[in-house]
Design a protein around this ligand. Structure first.
Ligand code: 2NL
Length: 354
């Protein structure tokens, strides 16, 4: 009896037939289960003889099933390992690869360079109220600068002062919000989208701006000039960067200065570095006391400098692009031509200290 069952179990060629044998022997209606049931009808003498035999049969068969199961599973695994090969050294197919837009690339570079100087990146809403975009920046209602900004206004949406909401014309309101929310000292850059109703070969209604702001005690124009010089050297990856601060006017800074950088002509192209000529790259100045006051800061205790520049223009200058409108055409050929890989970032600044 035992030998018969063990032979049947060992003959099972796969897990399915083994399961059939298990049910036939040990299942509810199984033969060995049936034998166990007969114990109840036996005399004590019969049971003393048959009991151990039947129990030992069940034990042997249970063990044989477990052993066969494990052997079949091992054989199955061995078969798979022998027949199903997986070449882990095969290169992955590249698929459709995107690329980083020059504007994003430059924003990343700005964040990297200014992080080395202790600046963090601040962001804020693109739909602004009149106060944060104009009034707090010392641009009152009647100020001609409001007209100069060619602002996009919303029709129905009004702010708490009953004024129409607008698309921010610069990222300055981000810095206003930062001054209101944080106690100085403060070192931030605010990169992002800005909007003005202006469209020609060198202007798009949506463009990208970066502004920077430092607020601390005893801040002066020397800090401003050193910071901008250090930034421009890191960004254009050249040591021969020459700066010229030209007196100018912004309502939110006093004094104000336009920052020109020296350029040379290389292969018929303007290249930043040297000083064969000058071109404007930034606007800057010392934060106007009225702006500090509007943000709840005492101008006798806190001073600061601020600057602003167009990211699109910075990208064009650094990477030798000559058509601003291509930035927004969504032409994949152009994007691929200038495209920056998301894995390899060859043009990322080596950092301020490098
Ligand atoms: C330009 C000029 C500038 C600022 C932006 C600023 C911000 C605050 C306070 C004071 Cl919160 N100033 N920003 C200052 C000077 C120039 O930008 O030509 N932008 C493209």
């Amino acid at each position: 009896m035992t030998g018969e069952w063990v032979a049947r179990i060992e003959a099972a060629r796969d897990l399915q037939s083994l399961e059939l044998e298990r049910v036939a022997a040990l299942g509810k209606q199984g033969a060995i289960t049936g034998l166990l049931k007969t114990l109840g009808g036996m005399t004590p003498e019969e049971r003393q003889v048959e009991g151990p035999r039947i129990h030992s049969l069940r034990e042997t068969v249970t063990e044989a099933i477990a052993a066969r199961k494990s052997a079949l599973e091992t054989a199955e695994l061995d078969r798979k390992l022998a027949t199903e090969t997986l070449d882990m050294s095969l290169p992955v197919s590249a698929g459709e690869q995107g690329s980083i837009h020059p504007v994003s690339q430059v924003m990343d570079e700005l964040a990297e360079i200014f992080a080395d100087l202790g600046f963090s990146v601040a962001t804020g809403p693109e739909i602004e109220d009149d106060w944060h975009n104009f009034t707090a920046l010392n641009i009152p209602e009647s100020h001609p600068a409001r007209a100069m900004h060619d602002t996009f206004y919303f029709g129905a949406d009004k702010d708490g002062d009953g004024k129409r909401m607008l698309l921010r014309t610069h990222t300055s309101p981000v810095q206003i919000r930062a001054m209101q929310a944080q106690k100085p000292p403060l070192r931030i850059i605010a990169p992002g989208r800005t909007y003005r109703s202006d469209s020609d070969a060198t202007h798009t209604p949506m463009f990208h701006q970066v502004e920077g702001l430092v607020i601390d005690r005893g801040i002066h124009l020397g800090h401003l000039k050193w910071t901008l010089e250090t930034f421009l050297k890191a960004f254009f990856e050249r040591d021969d960067i020459v700066l010229r601060l030209r007196p100018s006017y912004f309502p939110f800074t006093e004094p104000s200065a336009e920052v020109d950088v020296g350029y040379t002509i290389e292969n018929g192209r303007r290249v930043v570095g040297g000083s064969d000529g000058w071109m404007e790259v930034l606007g800057s100045g010392m934060v106007h006391p009225r702006v500090l006051e509007a943000c709840g800061l005492d101008p006798n205790e806190w001073q600061g400098f601020a600057f602003g520049s167009g990211i699109d223009r910075l990208a064009m200058l650094k990477y030798g692009m000559d058509d601003l409108r291509a930035f927004f055409d969504g032409d994949l050929r152009w994007l691929r031509h200038y495209g920056f890989s998301s894995l390899d970032v060859p043009t990322l600044s080596g950092g301020v200290g490098a």
